[in-house]
Design a protein around this ligand. Structure first.
Ligand code: XMP
Ligand code: MG
Length: 184
């Protein structure tokens, strides 16, 4: 059993810093998508983005819908495998709609490039990505991300929806995991 005391190296972003940034993103999105004919469709990528989705949606002041899709790109560890498996697909037709993918973090870029292509095939009116965290150093595949919360160094982070083997999603802050936790 992992505890916070044993596993967390330090806080990267406090709950207050996160909320301020999410408010700014919500305002920016509301401005950019003002005057749409239909509600903006947010697609939350489970599981990591569920906390962000709940907060972001409540900071958006234009009509908005939320739908979720579940993918896994990792095994149970901390290294990207490059294989994206769809565990639960969308149940909404996005053809002709304005779509914003909401993801917790962009690391290698493999997951989001895959999802961008997948959704583009379904012919939305517009397609953009919001990723709360960005690790630019580890990118393997370039992907255009319109909204980024914070860029971070190449550390494994947990909290605010992000997990290590299902641990620590509940943390209200974003923290760096001690490397000895995943290096054994
Ligand atoms: P790629 O590499 O495809 O990965 O851009 C995106 C997915 O990898 C997971 N990921 C992390 N999860 N802390 C986490 O809890 C991290 O530091 C981290 N880096 C990547 C995440 O699931 C994301 O959706
Ligand atoms: Mg994820």
């Amino acid at each position: 059993m992992l505890t916070r005391e044993k596993s967390i190296q330090g806080v990267l972003f406090s709950s207050e810093e996160i909320q301020t940034r999410v408010r700014d993103l919500g305002q920016q999105i509301s401005t950019d998508y003002a005057n749409l004919e239909n509600p903006l469709i947010l697609i939350g990528i489970l599981n990591g983005s569920f906390v962000l989705c709940a907060d972001l949606m409540r900071q958006i002041t234009i009509p908005v819908e939320i739908h979720f899709m579940s993918v896994s790109s990792y095994g149970s560890g901390t290294e990207s495998t490059g294989i994206v498996r769809i565990d639960k697909d969308l149940r909404v037709d996005i053809t002709g709609r304005d779509v914003l993918i909401v993801e917790d973090i962009v690391d290698t870029g493999l997951t989001l490039s895959y999802l961008r292509e997948l959704f583009a095939d379904r012919q939305p009116k517009s397609l953009e990505i919001c990723a709360f965290l960005d690790k630019p150093e580890t990118r393997q595949k370039p992907v255009e991300v319109r909204y980024i919360g914070f860029s971070i160094p190449n550390e494994f982070v947990v909290g605010y929806g992000l997990d290590y083997n299902h641990y620590f999603r509940e943390l209200p802050y974003i923290a760096i995991l001690k490397s000895e936790v995943y290096q054994g």
